[in-house]
Design a protein around this ligand. Structure first.
Ligand code: SF4
Ligand code: SF4
Length: 110
C-alpha cells in the first residue's frame, strides 16, 4: 500500500516534472514569438473566454475587458467579456500570449 510520505514524494516529483515541461514550453514559445517595438498583441475575440489572465500579466495596462453582446438573440447572458488591446500602450512584450489559456492572443506586426 502507498504511504503518505511516498505519496508526497511522488507528488513533488510530478510537480517538478510538470514545472520543467511548462518552463521549457515557455522558452520555446518565447523564441518563436515576434516581440518588441515592431510587434503588438492581437486578440481573436471568438477564442477569448474572458478569463482576465491577460490584463493581470500586462505591466503596461494595455488590455481592457469589454462587454460584447451575444451573437445569438436566443442566448440572454449579462456577461460576455472580451479582451481588447490598446495598441498605443502595448509594448510588444508577449507576456499576455503566454498567459492566455485558449491561445486567443498572437503577436502581429505593428
Ligand atoms: S504584449 Fe505585453 S504590453 Fe502588449 S498587451 Fe500583451 S502583455 Fe500587454
Ligand atoms: S487570457 Fe485569453 S481568454 Fe483570457 S481574457 Fe485574455 S484573451 Fe481572453
Amino acid at each position: 500500500m502507498t504511504g503518505l510520505e511516498d505519496l508526497a514524494r511522488r507528488r513533488e516529483a510530478e510537480a517538478k516534472r510538470i514545472r520543467a515541461l511548462l518552463d521549457g514550453g515557455h522558452e520555446n514559445r518565447m523564441a518563436d514569438l515576434k516581440i518588441g517595438e515592431t510587434a503588438v498583441a492581437f486578440v481573436k475575440e471568438e477564442l477569448c473566454i474572458g478569463c482576465d489572465q491577460c490584463p493581470l500579466v500586462c505591466d503596461d495596462d494595455a488590455i481592457d475587458m469589454v462587454q460584447r453582446p451575444m451573437r445569438s438573440p436566443l442566448i440572454d447572458m449579462e456577461s460576455n467579456r472580451k479582451a481588447v488591446i490598446r495598441r498605443d500602450d502595448c509594448t510588444g512584450c508577449g507576456l499576455c500570449v503566454l498567459a492566455c489559456p485558449t491561445d486567443a492572443i498572437s503577436m502581429i506586426d505593428r
